[in-house]
Design a protein around this ligand. Sequence first.
Ligand SMILES: [Zn+2]
Length: 53
Amino acid sequence: MFDYMKSLFKRKKCAICGKNAEKPANYYDDKGEKVVVCFQCVPYAERRAFRKR
Ligand SMILES: [Zn+2]
């Protein structure tokens, strides 16, 4: 149960830099997959044609 709770709150990794996303923004990548992008990579995500969700 505790592990389940932990996984719920586990930090997501940024789809671009691969680090734990700080202040993550939700995007769809070019394949339509749900990804998170950290605030530092948001401008890059916009250029990569990621779509906000
Ligand atoms: Zn990033």
